[in-house]
Ligand binder design. Structure first.
Ligand code: GLU
Length: 487
């Protein structure tokens, strides 16, 4: 009898899920998977579900779950439902946790056992190794031998080791929205372990039960899960479940096309928050890792992404993580914010460095320093000297075509001129006038170089006029006088 056509989710409401395992820091790739699911759900008016896959009791940790929740909150990827009876807006409930759903998995494990679609396996690790060796010496592919498949009663004195699913020797075919038709030969798989015991299901089983019970219509996940899909489809069929639509999104590679790894790239999402990237810029960047809009626009806000997102334009070939592009996008997104908005965002970073100033100062500081920074962290690093003058060598005050004596003289003249302007007339125009006078008979570098160093302690900085404008009369004068005194 030909196999029945699988039940599909094609005509069901759109429901997608993000199913991270809390076993390590939240990976950028996981954040991208979450984003694609979220964009798809929001574009389609469907539901986005968060499910923490913590069946691996040894490796799952609460701190990683917290990080997932904090990461999604930072990116603004809100989820729609959850088991906790917290009424209210999105993202205030849930998430689902597999560790709280053991009874459900147990029921379906028992069903498979009762239907003889699954069985207890008594083989120990040593026996499995021996079976595998024997098979490979006969040139057979390494897979479970099927030794316990037809055991009807527990062998005397032996303990069940795991529960295995009877994998039929058949071709499994499915249509992936991104990769097209995918065919796997399940004969190569061997009977798969789906649980350690009735209370301890493994990933490939729990995921199938959850996707069915949560009425997931589309499974959008990383390409690294492609090989799991036929295993999951076979379990779905054995339980008479629906087969969701699959979309496996491409791998992310480093710029040199090597596999993305911590050695070359910051792979933890939260590192980008610490570095002061804007969440909307990161969202924009992640969205373009494997997807692009119809036209060649690249700078897109969240609402535009929601409007434009379409799984049909997700590419099958790997996406390349390009940090320069991230920086560019972040600068573009920073441009959409006012000085005040950036000031507000950068305040916690300043506080963390023990740098304090009033709001008006911070805002003005942002206005002169912002264009030089790729992110808020850089803004703080580049512009720290406004808050505290770094230590610098007095020799730095001397321009290459000048002498210490001349630098001292120039700084002395500057001190006298600055003193003459009162604070309320301490404007860029007035300061420009002073500089014009002082440079009329000298090369500009003779004056501007020591002034810049005196104000910033640095070789490169914003325009000295801008610095003085931010620092104000008193502090500018203090720095210039102090510099003159060191020579
Ligand atoms: N828990 C799996 C992971 O973190 C994802 C499973 C899935 O999306 O089906 O990689």
């Amino acid at each position: 009898m030909p196999p029945k056509a699988p039940k599909t989710t094609k005509d069901r409401p759109i429901r997608v899920r993000m199913a991270p395992s809390p076993t390590g820091p939240l990976h950028v790739g996981t954040a991208r998977t979450a984003l694609f699911n979220w964009l798809f759900a929001r574009n389609q008016g469907g539901a986005f579900i968060l499910r923490i896959e913590d069946t691996d009791k040894v490796r799952s940790e609460k701190k990683y779950e917290d990080e997932i929740l904090a990461g999604l909150a930072w990116l603004g990827l809100d989820w729609d439902e959850g088991p906790l009876p917290m009424v209210g807006s999105r993202g205030t409930h849930g998430p689902y946790r597999q560790s709280e759903r053991t009874e459900l998995y147990k029921k379906y494990l028992q069903e498979l056992l009762d239907k003889h679609e699954a069985y207890y396996c008594y083989c120990t690790k040593e026996e499995l190794d021996a079976q595998r060796d024997a098979m490979s010496s006969q040139g057979l592919p390494p897979k479970y031998s099927g030794h316990c498949r037809n055991i009807t009663a527990p062998p005397a004195g032996r303990k069940p080791q795991v529960i295995r699913f009877k994998v039929p020797e058949t071709a499994v075919e499915f249509k992936d929205l991104i990769r097209g038709k995918v065919v796997f030969d399940a004969a190569l798989l061997g009977d798969q372990v789906i649980a350690k015991d009735l209370d301890t299901p493994l990933y490939n089983f729990a995921v199938v039960v959850d996707d069915e019970l949560m009425e997931i219509s589309h499974v959008i996940r990383g390409e690294d899960h492609l090989a799991n899909t036929p295993k999951q489809i076979l379990v779905q069929r054995a339980l008479g479940f629906h087969e969701p639509v699959y979309a496996h999104i491409p791998l992310i590679l480093n710029a040199d096309r090597s596999k993305m790894s911590k050695r070359f790239t910051d792979t933890a999402l939260m590192q980008y928050r610490e570095k002061g990237y804007l969440p909307d810029a990161l969202i924009n960047f992640l969205a373009l890792l494997g997807w692009h809009p119809k036209d060649d626009r690249e700078v897109l806000g969240k609402n535009q992404l929601i409007k434009e997102f379409d799984l049909a334009r997700v590419q099958a070939s790997p996406a390349v993580f390009n940090e320069e592009k991230l920086n560019w996008l972040n600068r573009e997104h920073m441009k959409t914010l006012s000085d005040k908005e950036i000031a507000k965002m950068v305040l916690p970073l300043l506080a963390a460095e023990n740098l304090h100033a009033d709001e008006a100062f911070v805002e003005k500081w942002v206005s002169v320093e912002r264009s030089r920074a790729n992110n808020l962290r850089e803004l703080v690093d580049l512009g720290k000297f406004f808050f505290v003058l770094p230590h610098y060598e007095p020799s730095l005050l001397v321009w290459k075509e000048s002498t210490p004596e001349e630098a001292k003289k120039v700084l002395g003249e500057l001190t006298e001129e600055l003193k003459k302007i009162d604070q309320k007339n301490f404007t860029k125009e007035a300061l420009a006038g002073i500089l014009a006078d002082l440079t009329s008979e000298r090369k500009r570098g003779v004056v501007l170089w020591p002034l810049r160093v005196a104000l910033s302690g640095l070789r490169a900085s914003p325009d000295p006029l801008d610095i003085m404008d931010v620092l104000g009369k008193e502090e500018s004068l203090r720095r210039v006088t102090a510099a003159a005194d060191t020579l």
